[in-house]
Design a protein around this ligand. Structure first.
Ligand code: GFB
Length: 310
């Protein structure tokens, strides 16, 4: 049987690299990737030419400008513009060049700042957004809606998954631009190595976050791409969250740092909580496998084995 091509856009990132690891085990698919220098996803014509020549049957759009609370809040223009451009280019070209299935990745931060918890998919666009990531959220909401309208207006099988906060191999460990979990791994590791008495963390430690290992996300994406038939977005999370303080204690214990935690109140907390309701996903029949403790252990191992990423 001839293999079908799947284009994994953003294959060097946290999500894309997990998708590549997964699809390498699936014989029915031929993985297609392009580095940024081979194909600039911001360039509409180049993207259209790529679809004409490669003719992928499926696309997972994991290419995006992403970052933690500091990067998001200080580069709202770039997060809004670049993400809109990438997703418009890829989704429109996929529709115009007979891609059979496309999965777009949204994010839990696109839901309203103060919505009831756990967050159901239907809460999208019911109230104002969290200001620290408004640019990113607006771009992602547009992508989710574009897929939904392609599905409704043109019968395309373009779907959207909304992951919670993600972590795992190939994450960004840069302290200015990273998300909290990789930042904590690095901070605690460096404090241990330097025998520092304390580690400085941002905000109050009281916000709650839900963490999903990226290998679990990749499994969920593959399953949804194959079998999810609705045009409604679907949350992909673990169904439980922890405070940032609890996360910090877990990372501290995983790394083996003995010292104090200090909280820098001059840094933002961001949204107080964004725990997603995963009942739609459970009904679909998918459940995560990797606990936060296990995922953290694996992530720290990966970090130690890849010092160049730090
Ligand atoms: O992961 P994070 O940067 O982003 O921060 P968000 C989560 C929480 O961890 C915030 C606290 O309350 C931070 O103040 N925190 C404590 C730290 N110490 C640190 C640290 O050293 N580094 C970082 N980065 N945080 C992002 C959105 O929001 O979530 C994006 O901005 C995206 O749009 C992503 O959706 C999933 O969870 O607040």
């Amino acid at each position: 049987m001839a293999k079908k091509k799947i284009f994994i856009a953003g294959h060097r990132g946290l999500v894309g690299s997990a998708l590549v690891r997964l699809y390498e085990t699936r014989a029915e698919w031929e993985i297609v990737t392009r580095t940024r220098s081979e194909l600039d996803l911001l360039d509409r014509e180049a993207v259209r030419e790529f679809f004409v020549s490669e003719k992928p049957a499926a696309v997972i759009l994991a290419a995006a400008k992403v970052g933690g609370i500091h990067a998001n809040s200080t580069q709202q223009v770039e997060f809004l513009l670049q993400n809109m451009r990438i997703q418009n280019n890829v989704i429109e070209a996929a529709a115009d060049h007979a891609v059979e299935r496309l999965l777009f990745l949204g994010s839990s931060c696109i839901y309203p700042k103060n919505c009831p918890q756990p967050i159901k998919e239907e809460y999208l666009l019911t109230a104002p957004l969290e200001p620290t990531n408004e640019g990113y959220a607006l771009a992602k909401i547009t992508g989710v809606k574009l897929c939904q309208h392609y599905s409704r207006q043109y019968g395309k099988r373009f779907i959207s998954a909304m992951p919670s906060n993600l972590y795992g191999p190939n994450d960004n460990f840069d302290l200015q631009t990273s998300h909290v979990l990789p930042a904590l791994v690095r901070k605690f590791h460096e404090a241990k190595v330097n025998a520092s008495p304390s580690v400085s963390l941002w905000g109050s430690g009281s916000p709650r976050r839900e963490f999903l290992h990226v290998d679990d996300l990749a499994e969920a994406c593959a399953s949804l791409l194959d079998n999810y038939e609705s045009d409604e977005p679907i949350n992909v999370g673990v169904g439980e969250d922890v405070t940032i303080r609890e996360l910090a204690e877990l990372v501290r214990d995983t790394v083996g740092f003995v010292g104090e935690l200090e909280w820098d109140a001059s840094k933002p907390d961001g949204t107080p909580r964004k725990l997603m309701d995963t009942s739609r996903l459970a009904e679909f029949g998918w459940h995560p496998k990797i606990s936060l403790q296990e995922g953290l252990r694996r992530t720290y191992e990966w970090y130690l084995a890849n010092p160049s990423r730090a």
